[in-house]
Write a protein that binds this ligand. Structure first.
Ligand code: MN
Length: 193
């Protein structure tokens, strides 16, 4: 954790322009997933796929909160629209709710401006600006150790969107797509079967 403290996660300047050089705005999605254990799948569109982390406690808007984010396998881009029930015999069995969704852009907090997203992932530090309905502002993803390449931390950066009093994981549990709770999604699926 020593290295973490040396990294300045505050943002003083406005985030860069909305679109990347190609004019494409990549998306992010956070899917609440009631599987063998409840977690939030944080996914960023990178090179045509959804690079993904499972966040057991979900994202925080408080920069003092460090949320474990376990890197999982990439998902197809279309999966960003999925909300519903995954059958028991399939991978990820359980109920999925689209908790937040929107666009994001890469931030820079020092280092090499020309660094690609791939290099940032390799080096274990990625900072993004989210434009969602529930989450906005800068978030840092930092890998915790070199021994396990799967354990990262998701941390709210210090900017005007940071708010220690907000707790959208508990106060905004509904789907941004349908307004349903995870219990409602699960129940509706059962009655439709
Ligand atoms: Mn999941």
């Amino acid at each position: 954790m020593k290295n973490m403290n040396k990294r300045d996660l505050s943002i003083t300047a406005d985030p860069p322009a909305k679109k990347d050089r190609s004019g494409h705005q990549p998306i992010f999605v956070i899917q609440k997933h009631d599987s063998s254990s409840l977690h939030y799948d944080f996914r960023l569109e990178i090179d045509g796929v959804l690079v993904s982390w499972a966040v057991p406690k979900g994202p925080s808007t408080d920069p003092r909160e460090k949320r474990l984010a376990i890197m999982t396998e990439d998902h197809p881009l279309e999966y960003a629209n999925f909300e519903g029930v995954i059958p028991d015999d399939e991978y990820g069995a359980g109920t999925v709710l689209i908790w937040d969704r929107g666009f994001y852009r890469i931030l820079r907090t020092g280092g090499d401006d020309r660094q690609s997203i791939g290099q940032a992932l390799d080096q274990g530090l990625l900072t993004v600006w989210l434009e969602g309905e529930k989450l906005r502002g800068g978030y840092a993803l930092t890998r915790t150790t070199n021994r396990s390449k799967k354990d990262w931390l998701l941390i709210k950066m210090k900017d005007k969107e940071a708010d220690a009093r907000r707790n959208p994981v508990s106060t905004r549990s509904e789907s941004i797509k349908t307004g349903r709770t995870i219990e409602e999604i699960a129940a509706e699926q059962i009655s439709a079967d």
